[in-house]
Design a protein around this ligand. Sequence first.
Ligand SMILES: [Zn+2]
Length: 224
Amino acid sequence: MTSPKSQPLTAPVEDYLKVIFELEGGAGAASTNEIAAELGIAPASVSGMVRRLAEQGLIAHQPYRGVRLTSAGRRAALRTIRRHRVIEAYLTTALRYPWDRVHEEAERLEHAASDELIDRMAEAIGEPATDPHGAPIPARDGTLSERELSVLDDVEVGARVSIQRVGDRDAGQLRYLAEIGIIPGRRVEVLAREPFGGPISLRVGKAVRSIGPALAKQILVAAV
Ligand SMILES: [Zn+2]
């Protein structure tokens, strides 16, 4: 058994742990098929890696459900997530990158940057609590405080909410959200929702905007 602390993890291992962490958040466990879909690879290639991660003590099998991170796996996942989110925050704050251009850079750099570099980057921009898309940044000690948030698609008509977090992967979607003013910190009011999966109307500042339910599912909000 290899101790995850004694050896730096490879980039693919870090990507697996990150994906399992995210999948676990919803369902409590991550299945081989879900991991394959998230990573865009065949389920057959996931099985081998899953076996290796279990041998290294980073994940444990949940009978009939998939895998879960062990505490060592969770620590490693949170370290990578911290690197990713600090890099995104640094690029937007210190280097004035637009928020739709930082995810791809962070996907590459998260595997290369040392923890010291990441800590210094975080310090240089005032230790932000969230990345530019509103995702919480795990602390240096590996803890992550996640607020209970609602999905915009589930908010009832008439409610006022503040945008907290948006999906970070689709650059085109991020540009669109910025264009219509849906960014973390902005307050919006849900004006109407068409039935049968139709669009949701929102008051955003002085404008009225319509977005589809698929997009509204990727926007997390808090009551105001
Ligand atoms: Zn990202």
